[in-house]
Design a binder for this molecule. Structure first.
Ligand code: ASP
Length: 613
């Protein structure tokens, strides 16, 4: 009986499909010439050429040209005459070869066209608020308000299809390797991971709240305790944080966790998975193989960031020792104030004009520098000198000092040294940005290269000067390196962890770690982070108890899907690869969310809203 019902449904589905269309545009090739077909889609463009009407018919898979000739079908031509952009139409006719000289090599169907016999308008359309058939700049708010129209545009359609391909490829990859896809709750008590929680009020328990997960971190660890060994999930994560750095309040991770693994196992898996991903969805892009592995200390020294873009050089050099004896007050006071003096060398930029230098100084200031010392190198009788015209600092820098600095970079006459003297954090932050800027300006970036690197050996903790306490560098479940465990009591800042990141072209695309699997050590870490025994029990009791019941050694990682798709699509923001993103104020402009709710809803949730003026 069941089979019978099924086949009826399938038959009727097939019948319906034939009613509306026989083919999609991508089914049609030169082989289709002579076939009678029915197509359906949107009017992408319409042109009237003295009697003949041409329609570019668009469906999900592409475009095909339809010609309406009144001599072939007066009726079809008459309807075609009424069509406007974005009308939804059904067209029947015969596929023919385009007249020689009118082929369009840019189009997959550029050799053929449909000679329209009949045309039916399935729906009309108002004039869209922006062009769908042209890749023109449109105000982002308008695009987000009419996202369903924006997504019709070729570039956005390709991005969403790419996103699907990425997710499918990752799923296929992990499914083939024994991972289980397991869902975890969205309404939960969240894992503290450094961001603010989104809260959901409980109707049944007055005054209580669920939190949306910042990530399924504790849940995936509990799945390891439960014995599932290899888990993954394309998980939505929610973090109520500032949206400036191209973040979204909700984003997607390929969350994964494995039991009985060490760091090396995860890194090997990631290198293989990302290689497979790029070969499958972007074979035109190149990877650095094997992925370079750099320690946290090394990337901070060489690039000033733990998200280095290694597609080009321009590496930072530490000049603090040379600057220590300088006559130049800016250098001296930075060194005396326990700061650093570091710089980069921009080859061939010694002839930068005043206004070009001012731009770089402006950039340095935006990132917190008090100033930027720019030394344009020229050659003189003694070898190298600073171009006095371009630098007020020139007269304070002795020839030995200059030689020392130039040597450290291997710099030559014609080069430009950009030097920052400040607290280490500021110096690194500013030089990281300057380096990226100069890499772009000097055209040093190979657009076909995906430079994926592993950053390893992160410190376990990060000292927060504001809060005067340690914060986890990754999250509190990360295991310290065994040899460093004694340092937890004496020098927590020196403890290295089993945390690792995958960085691609200057973006962090995955973070993960080997986890603590013993209750004692986990509790000790919570205490070091300043949690009271009561808070530990409240926030982490479930995990701590689970660790007492045979928790296996485990670890995992969580590649960020949005950022990966963004990089593969060559886009600048993750909003371009998320079907329905929020804007930079966290609003959905299409639905107008967040929005007011009714008094009745608030009452049920036991909530009184205090309106802020
Ligand atoms: N839950 C972590 C995060 O969201 C990733 C991990 O450690 O697996 O960053």
């Amino acid at each position: 009986m069941k089979a019978f019902v099924c086949s009826i449904i399938i038959l009727s589905l097939r019948k319906r499909e034939i009613l509306l269309r026989t083919h999609s545009s991508s089914d049609l090739t030169i082989e289709s010439i002579g076939q009678t077909v029915t197509l359906a889609g949107w009017v992408h463009r319409r042109r009237d050429h003295g009697g003949l009407i041409f329609i570019d018919l668009r469906d999900r898979d592409g475009l095909i040209q339809v010609v309406f000739d009144p001599r072939v079908s007066a009726g079809g031509h008459g309807i075609a005459d009424t069509l406007r952009n974005e009308y939804v139409v059904q067209v029947s006719g015969e596929i023919g070869r385009r007249p020689s000289g009118t082929e369009n090599p840019k189009l997959a169907t550029g050799q053929i066209e449909l000679a329209g016999k009949s045309c039916r308008v399935l729906n009309t359309s108002k004039t869209p608020p922006f062009y769908i058939n042209e890749d023109v700049e449109v105000d982002e708010s308008l695009r987000l308000e009419y996202r369903y129209l924006d997504l019709r545009r070729q570039r956005m359609k390709e991005n969403i299809i790419l996103r699907h391909q990425v997710m499918k490829c990752l799923r296929d990859y992990l499914n083939a390797r024994g991972f289980l896809e397991i869902e975890t709750p969205i309404l939960i008590k969240s894992t503290p991971e450094g961001a603010r929680d989104f809260l959901v009020p409980s109707r049944l328990q007055s005054g209580k709240f669920y939190a949306l997960p910042q990530s399924p971190q504790q849940l995936k660890q509990l799945l390891m305790v439960a014995g599932f060994e290899k888990y993954y999930q394309l998980a939505r994560c929610f973090r109520d944080e500032d949206l400036r750095a191209d973040r979204q309040p909700e984003f997607t991770q390929l969350d994964l966790e494995m039991s009985f693994v060490e760091q090396e196992d995860i890194l090997i898996l990631m290198e293989d998975m990302f290689t497979c991903l790029v070969e499958t969805v972007k074979p035109s892009m190149r990877l650095l193989k094997p992925f370079p592995r750099l320690s946290y200390d090394e990337v901070m020294a060489r690039y000033g960031t733990d998200k280095p873009d290694v597609r080009f050089g321009l590496e930072l050099r530490d000049l603090t020792d040379i600057a220590a004896g300088s006559q130049f007050g800016v250098f001296r006071s930075a060194v005396q104030g326990d700061g650093r003096v570091k710089g980069i060398c921009a080859p061939g930029c010694g002839s930068y004009t005043r206004s070009q230098l001012d731009e770089l100084i402006g950039l340095a200031k935006t990132y917190g520098a008090k100033g930027l010392v720019a030394l344009a190198l020229i050659s003189d009788a003694e070898g190298l000198a600073v171009d006095k015209a371009s630098s007020a600092a020139a007269k304070f820098i002795s020839p030995e000092e200059l030689r020392g600095m130039a040597n450290r970079f291997g710099a030559r006459a014609g080069d430009l040294l950009l030097i920052v003297a400040d607290q280490a954090l500021t110096v690194d932050k500013v030089l990281d940005q300057l380096r990226r800027e100069m890499g772009r300006r000097l055209g040093l970036i190979d657009p076909t290269l995906l430079a994926m690197v592993f950053v390893v050996d992160f410190p376990l903790f990060d000292w927060s000067e504001d809060e005067k306490r340690w914060n986890p560098m990754h999250h509190p479940f990360t295991a310290p390196k065994e040899g460093d465990i004694p340092l937890l009591d004496t020098a927590p800042g020196a403890v290295k962890s089993w945390a690792y990141d995958v960085v691609c072209n200057g973006y962090e695309i995955s973070s993960g770690s080997i986890r603590i699997h013993s209750r004692d050590l986990q509790e000790k870490i919570f205490r070091l982070l300043g949690y009271s025994q009561e808070r530990i029990e409240l926030l982490f009791g479930q995990l701590l108890r689970a660790l007492e019941y045979g928790a296996p050694p485990h670890g995992g990682i969580a590649p960020g899907i949005d950022r990966i798709v963004m990089i593969l699509a060559g886009e600048e923001t993750i909003r371009e690869v998320i079907p329905f993103p929020k804007n930079q104020s966290g609003c959905d402009l299409l639905f107008d969310a967040p929005s007011d709710v009714s008094e009745e809803q608030l009452r049920e949730l036991h909530i009184i809203v205090k309106k802020e003026r």
